[in-house]
Design a protein. Sequence first.
Length: 140
Amino acid sequence: MVSRHVGSCHCGGVRFSVNHEVTELTTCDCSLCVKRNAVMGKVPEAALSIDQGQELLATCQWNSMRAVHHFCRRCSIYVFHRKRAAPNHFGVNIFCLDGFDPNSLPVRATEGAGMTLVCDRPRAEWPGSRAREPEGRNRY
Ligand SMILES: [Zn+2]
């Protein structure tokens, strides 16, 4: 089942849509997600489209520079980010989705803090989601 969500930043300048059924929410204990108090839904990149305000989207990258965090340069709200461990997916700020009930889905705590060190020998290929890596968390 595919469902469609529309979302926006606080000022409404950035509007986006998600054509994907979000089935799980995650938090992350990395230093950035903790400070922004993020609760996220994982969405394939093809399922997310920016409908308005592309020019307002600013980006933040740090540490490994793999994750790309997008926020509105006018109101500063984090809207979504390209995920570090699954770069063909976005993590979407579910509080930006219109009418989305954050209590409607289970929340899983993920371990981003274990990923925060820059590796001096990064892999050429990123292995993808930790959900498909049952041997444990990625350490790079
Ligand atoms: Zn805004």
